[in-house]
Design a protein around this ligand. Structure first.
Ligand code: BGC
Length: 248
């Protein structure tokens, strides 16, 4: 299979595009539909179905989802409707689309894409891809192999869940200056480094477009660089994850 449809379910938008697996580029312009509210399994599955129909797609689909996903089943709901916990998202989306759907954690999808086509390609050792958005997502790769569902956005920093304090949404909500936010990120990354001693940290999520505003203010021990696939990493990685499952 040369092209697969990748979909990224996010807090504000559900985006998709056909992805060329050889080089991770999009074979058609990305399409985005606003995430339904409340984002229940039924409503989100409906939107995923709409996206698939937009592309007239009939083959396998990869879907990145913002929660722990094991064998297609959603296990946590930090930033999604509680009704998702225990839901077999793979089967739900397959029913809604008529296509086989592989579901993976969104940060893991971004990690696979960055390790293959982006900022972490050709990098060995321990790489952590950290997505800063509504939540904090993490992908941990060792010599290019993913350890899935690490959820290190929920590390405890200052006695609380780091995500609510250091995500891009916290910067926005509290109207933090870049400097004030960078101080929080420094504490978060120090905890991450204490645990994993990464060789490279890749920072993704929409705010990575503005990496020059905050990355130079950080003091990580590891190299820290912006993601290269930006907002497309989830879509590209989801398609790649589906390819791994569907190829013989
Ligand atoms: C979720 C993760 C997800 C991250 C980014 C967190 O709240 O627990 O599964 O990867 O948000 O969307």
């Amino acid at each position: 299979m040369d092209v697969l449809l990748g979909i990224d379910v996010g807090g504000s938008g559900i985006k998709g595009a056909p992805v060329r697996l050889a080089d991770g580029t999009l074979a058609a312009p990305r399409h985005r539909i606003r995430t339904p509210r409340p984002a229940t399994p039924e409503a989100v599955a409906g939107t995923v179905g709409e996206l698939v129909r937009h592309f007239g797609w009939t083959g396998p689909v990869g879907c990145a989802f913002p929660a722990v996903v094991k064998g297609g089943v959603v296990r946590t709901a930090a930033n999604v409707d509680d009704a998702w916990v225990g839901c077999d998202a793979g089967s739900r989306f397959a029913e809604a689309t008529g296509c086989p759907v592989t579901v993976v954690n969104d940060a893991d999808a971004a990690g696979i894409a960055e390790a293959t086509f982006g900022a972490a390609r050709h990098r060995s050792g321990v790489v952590v891809v950290v997505t800063l958005g509504t939540g904090i997502g993490t992908a941990v790769l060792v010599d290019g192999t993913l350890l899935p569902n690490t959820e290190l956005g929920h590390l405890t920093v200052r006695g609380r869940d780091a995500e609510g304090w250091a995500a891009e949404s916290a910067r926005d909500r509290e109207d933090l200056s870049w400097k004030a936010w960078a101080e929080r990120l420094d504490e978060y990354f120090a905890e991450l480094e204490r645990l994993l001693w990464p060789d490279l940290i890749v920072v993704g999520g929409g705010v990575s477009k503005k990496a020059d505003r905050f990355l130079p203010l950080l003091h990580t021990r590891a190299d820290i660089v912006p993601a290269e696939l930006r907002n497309e990493a989830g879509i590209v990685g989801a398609a790649m994850a589906a390819a791994r499952v569907t190829s013989p």
